[in-house]
Design a protein around this ligand. Structure first.
Ligand code: SF4
Length: 309
């Protein structure tokens, strides 16, 4: 990795923040989401594959404990002394009863205080954060750092409607404010190249993420996966995805508009090639990082420079 990049990346930030290398352990609590169980819609967001929503079959405490123990053992084999982020990945993790959420979060208890868990990250939606869920997360935040991963995806209600997200940009702003009030950190998600969003959309999404003050950002280009609603539109020739050069160009616009303090947790998607119909270009995440750095250098800009910093 070059010594100095014109944007903030995750790994050095984690080491600085926690004083040691830190690794993520992904956990599947078997959640579902309101876009799949019919409370807001069926079939999910148009880009979400069936597995993306989790199984909907809640995992028992013992199953979750086993997942976490196995992940911690893997980390210990790779990096003795490394810290762990317990990452509840399978989507709307706060879309459960309060008791269930408390039990799910409770699996990290034996490993808190950096032994070896240094933070808990929980993925959910802006509209599945009722006061009871926020209270449970705030309770945990008294003992460890808690990150809430929230999808904005695009800062345009029409685009959100078209992809059947069934929440608005204001819902996202509201959720970030509630999380901050509860002492939680937020990581905002964005997708560049959604239908009808365009280059201006990429810029606007970064501006909204900067305004909300989320601590971290995950961004990737739109990918068409098998077994999604988008598969059909793409096969019918109704949907285009970005080529690599255009993605890097729009990503540079995006990064220029973020707050310079925000940390980029991810700048590429990680869908396995056998699940991905488009795009077919495969540029390794380090190569995208280097292409982005080169593009910003060519422009003479850096993260946050659109705000005059
Ligand atoms: S992307 Fe998230 S909110 Fe959308 S259907 Fe999938 S799990 Fe649900």
């Amino acid at each position: 990795m070059p010594d100095t990049l014109p944007f903030r990346v995750l790994r050095p930030w984690l080491t600085e923040r926690f004083g040691r290398p830190v690794h993520r352990v992904a956990l599947d609590a078997g959640s579902t989401c309101p876009n799949r169980d019919g409370s807001k819609g069926f079939g999910g967001c148009t880009y979400c594959d069936v597995e993306g929503s989790g199984t909907g079959a809640l995992k028992s405490g013992a199953e979750l404990e086993a997942q976490l123990a196995a992940g911690i053992a893997r980390v210990a084999r790779r990096d003795a002394g490394g810290g762990v982020i317990a990452y509840f990945q399978s989507y709307s993790n706060t879309y459960v009863e309060r008791e269930r959420l408390r039990a799910v979060l409770g699996v990290v208890d034996p490993y808190l205080d950096g032994k070896p868990v240094v933070a808990v990250s929980i993925a959910t939606r802006p509209d599945t954060l009722p006061p009871e869920a926020l209270a449970e997360l705030a309770r945990l935040a008294e003992r460890t750092e808690v990150w809430v991963e929230l999808g904005l995806e695009a800062a345009n209600d029409r685009v959100l409607d078209d992809i059947r997200r069934f929440h608005t940009v204001d819902d996202f702003r509201w959720a970030v404010e509630r999380c901050h009030e509860a002492g939680l950190q937020v990581i905002g998600h964005a997708i560049l190249g959604l239908p009808g969003d365009g280059r201006e959309g990429a810029r606007r999404t970064a501006e909204v993420l900067a305004e909300t003050g989320v601590i971290g950002v995950k961004v990737h280009n739109l990918m068409v996966l098998r077994r999604t609603q988008m598969e059909k539109s793409w096969k019918a020739g109704e949907l285009e995805v970005l080529d690599a050069a255009t993605y890097v160009d729009w990503l540079a616009d995006f990064v220029e508009r973020l707050d310079p303090r925000q940390v980029l947790h991810r700048i590429t998607g990680d869908a396995p090639v056998e699940e991905r119909l488009a795009p077919r270009w495969d540029v390794h995440k380090n190569a995208v990082r280097d292409l982005l750095a080169a593009e910003l250098e060519r422009r003479g800009t850096r993260q946050g420079s659109a705000h005059g910093v």
